[in-house]
Design a protein around this ligand. Structure first.
Ligand code: C5P
Length: 233
């Protein structure tokens, strides 16, 4: 396993064997896998533990928790024994909620999702935020840091300003990354991996640019992950 790989592969699948195959095919280039709602709501912590037979890796548990502090603390306590490195909460849940999450699992990096990168300025205003997406994301990142979050999820287009605001200790994780020259899919604003790291990201969440290669073959998938890692060296 490459302990220093900044790539987090999103295991967006409802099939346990598919997830295992993806891990086996990419584990030489990737050391952190993102388990999101699609997988976790179907297989839970049992499924997560099952995956561990496929390789040596850490887990980014992307549950985007958002509830009253007591409930979030309970949810964090329920999953902490599966040992995620990162566990996401919505920063907009507020200071007390983020503190409750951090206290419930001090060994886990509570990861605050700022503004979903699928939201435009217009969407953000429609929800009721006074500021646009980027300014709101910076404010939420600061609030999260001051409430005990140790990592932040944001768009690569916000990473530089968030890095300046939160300092060097917080880990920044950016989705919305596409290798140069690739199909953008349903992503509207993307950066390539080298650019996203230059903007201040510590980790890049990448899904379909790697997982779609499995439709050709697992060897292609393995090569694709290695190519992206090489581009970052
Ligand atoms: O688009 P891609 O397949 O690379 O997405 C990988 C992961 O990144 C998905 O699991 C999705 O939850 C997350 N994502 C995101 N914001 C986006 C696009 C994707 O958080 N704008």
């Amino acid at each position: 396993m490459s302990a220093k790989s900044p790539i987090i592969l999103a295991l967006d699948t409802q099939d346990l064997d598919t997830a295992k195959n993806w891990i086996s095919a990419t584990n030489s280039s990737i050391s952190i896998y993102k388990i999101g709602l699609e997988f976790f709501l179907k297989f839970g912590t049992k499924g997560l533990n099952d995956l561990k037979s496929s390789g040596e890796f850490q887990v980014f548990l992307d549950l985007k928790l958002h509830d009253i502090p007591n409930t979030v603390a309970g949810a964090v306590a329920s999953v902490k024994d599966s040992g995620p490195k990162f566990l996401t909460v919505h920063a907009s849940g507020g200071t007390e909620m983020i503190r409750a999450a951090s206290s419930a699992a001090p060994q886990v990096s509570i990861t605050a999702v700022t503004i979903l990168t699928s939201l435009s300025d217009e969407d953000v205003s429609g929800i009721g935020y006074a500021k646009g997406a980027k300014e709101s994301a910076i404010g939420l990142a600061l609030l999260a840091k001051n409430s005990g979050a140790r990592s932040i999820v944001c768009s690569p287009f916000e990473a530089r300003e968030i890095r300046n605001a939160v300092g060097p200790e917080i880990e920044i994780i950016t989705p919305g990354v596409r290798p140069a020259g690739e199909d953008q899919g349903d992503q509207k604003r993307t950066m390539n991996p080298v650019e996203a790291i230059a903007e201040g990201a510590n980790y890049l969440v990448i899904g379909r640019p790697i997982t779609d290669l499995a439709k050709i073959s697992l060897t292609q998938m393995s090569d694709g992950a290695a190519r992206i890692l090489d581009s970052l060296k």
